[in-house]
Write a protein that binds this ligand. Structure first.
Ligand code: HEM
Length: 198
């Protein structure tokens, strides 16, 4: 059995923050290209999706290799996804809409890719709020059911990405395939478990 190493969690945390630090540094040194705010929005969007997919990878890895120690990093990865999502949303509210709430509301209602993105983010909020071990213990089975929202959120995030892409669908397609594989691993497990139970 692999034992957890104490410094791995802080090291992983710092590694996950590296893209944010690089973006902040790029913004400060004017190195984000001709449209830095657009780069900021786009990059933080991609990092949100990447961390959501990474979070979803943990359970299949645990099942496949019995790496129980990975469980302690799942929460960290999920919270990092939420952190990038919050920065991503903030760049939109601030630099795209200048906090014009009436415009933002219209945008959510009228542009399907914004509706999908907003739905994906809103679903992450209860997950972040109930991510503590205490909440998990108190909520029991309800916690498991609630945290299945991460699948819907990742799906809505992908939809959001496909909707806003005009050309070159390669990158969203790669994320979609990864997501489909992760879902397949889950469905296979559910059917194997139910077949074993019957
Ligand atoms: C879980 C939540 C979300 C995920 C996973 C996500 C993901 C993404 C991705 C992958 C991109 C495209 C990056 C690229 O083209 O290179 C993107 C762009 C964008 N997202 Fe999100 N997003 C989320 C939530 C939101 C929310 C809540 C809003 C605003 C209400 C939003 C507004 C935008 C905008 C304005 C763009 C740039 C569109 C453009 O440049 O044409 N996103 N997002």
């Amino acid at each position: 059995m692999i034992r957890p190493v104490p410094w791995v969690a802080p090291a992983l945390f710092l590694l996950c923050l590296a893209p944010a630090v690089e973006l902040a540094h790029g913004l400060y040194t004017n190195a984000l290209g001709p449209n830095p705010l657009e780069t900021l929005t786009r990059d933080t969007g991609k990092w949100t999706l990447r961390f959501l997919l990474l979070t979803l990878t943990i359970s299949p890895l645990i099942r496949l290799f019995q790496w129980q120690f990975l469980l302690r990093y799942r929460r960290l990865l999920g919270l990092i996804a939420f952190q990038y999502g919050t920065i991503h949303l903030t760049t939109y509210l601030w630099f795209d809409q200048f906090f014009d709430w009436a415009e933002i509301w219209l945008d959510i209602l009228e542009r399907p890719f914004i509706t999908a993105g907003m739905s994906a983010f809103v679903m992450l909020v209860p997950l972040a709020l109930t991510s503590s071990r205490w909440a998990q213990r108190v909520m029991g089975q309800a916690w498991k059911r609630l945290h299945r929202l991460i699948y819907v959120s990742a799906f809505a995030g992908l939809l959001h990405y496909f909707w806003l892409t005009r050309a070159d669908f390669l990158e969203p397609a790669i994320y979609a395939i990864l997501f489909a594989l992760l879902m397949l691993a889950r469905i296979r497990r559910t059917t194997t478990v139910s077949a074993g139970e019957s």
